[in-house]
Design a protein around this ligand. Sequence first.
Ligand SMILES: [Zn+2]
Length: 523
Amino acid sequence: MNKILLLSLSVLCVAAFADTYLVKADLDASRLDPFARANIAVIAELEHTAILLVNEEEFNLISNRSFEVLDENPSEGDYYLVRRVDETLDLGLYGDILFSENMDYLLRIDHAVFEELIKQKVMVKKLFLRPIVFSDGNPQPEMLIDPTVQEIVDLVNADTVLSYVQRLQDFISRYSTYDSCFAAANYIASKFNDYGCDSIFFQNHTSGHAPNVIGVKRGVIHPDSIYAVICGHFDATSYLAPEIAPGADDNASGTASVLEATRVMKDYEFEYSIRYIAFSGEEFGLYGSEYYASMACSQGDNILGVLNGDMIAYVDAQPESLEVIAKISNPSCEPLADYFIAVADTYTTLLTNKRMVNSAPYSDHAPFWDNGYVALCNIEDMWPVNPYYHTPGDTIGAGYNNNDFCTEVIKAEVAALSIMAVPYTTSIDEVSNVKFAGSRLSIYPTVHGSQFTIVFNGHDPFIAIYNATGHCVKQFNHLTDQPFNHVVWYGKDNFDQKLPTGVYFVRIETNEATQVEKVVLIK
Ligand SMILES: [Zn+2]
């Protein structure tokens, strides 16, 4: 036993001290597949280049292609992918340029001036030293003509959309580390609360930054870790940050899409759960979405699809069209793009332009791609770019110049999200019949530190407990053996571990009906 322990310790020590290298390698038509087969850590994919983390033994696995060592023993937080929107900007002032390809630069940043960089007209993505998850993606729904979906889409209201943008702009600055960005997070959470989310949480991701704000609408049939996402970042930047960063187009517009979706869907039920997410830390390099997507991946969340809106309200061409940006492979996002465009054609007057890419690293969809999830980036026609981008002029009437366009984009996102989550209409009657016929499930007490008695009726029920994020934490088996039609939940999970305090959902499912009740586990 000791010998094995010593041996494994020594292996660990060798691993800890082995040199690792940051390497760029040329990509061919087989893209990332050879690296996936050889189990090599790819940490970023550009159009012609993969950025890898390799140790000495792994060099022979890439020796058949042209590669270049960029740095030795890289440490997390030093590297950023950067694209200039202002092409006169000298990136050399902000760090060492390790290489560039087309418009993308890999910068080893100078921490002392990093925040000066993100106040410029640049797009940045922090290069996390974490391998990309190789994935084919998942099947996407078919476009569906459904009166319920039309009803929901018709509730999207241009004045309401504008009111969110005005309120977000009125914070003056939503620079991610600034006080008023925290206040904006509270505003978003209060809206999620007004709009009936089943749970709302702040997700802290980076010290000093405002949190991600997440609203959960629980699915009636699949409340657990299967869900669809609509998201947009709510933080902003400008050359007068941190004091002034109104970010109306970038990205109160995308945040408004999240809030309006929450509002118009509130009185409808869906089979799958939905996450309404406002991310922060985006302008610093996608900190919030990176945290969310890698957490989702590590806990095995099954995400049906992600709709990310970032800058959806500046119109510079007539007619303007929405760029729908989707990844070609790893994961394959074209089915989601085709589905989204078919939905937009059916339910809105929006014009779209499908843009299939190998790489588009600069908004919150990208960390989902990196973690194997199918996602789209929806953005206004990109070139010429909004002249108010990352300036104090990104306000309603200037940077945000077309509320009607923004509203049409939101209609398309709402329709796509609704069909993805599957409207639950026919079965709603069954649930309300249950209430008429007397409940299948009652619980006492509903607030307690360690003991809830769950009383049920109905044949062969399935009873499970879910936490506020929709994960199943406890299942009860063999309930038909119970003589008295009740079971006690001691506030523990399937492994008999005490669960944290919070709101939990008790769900009973029988052949006839499904019912959910809320309990609160306290200290
Ligand atoms: Zn943005």
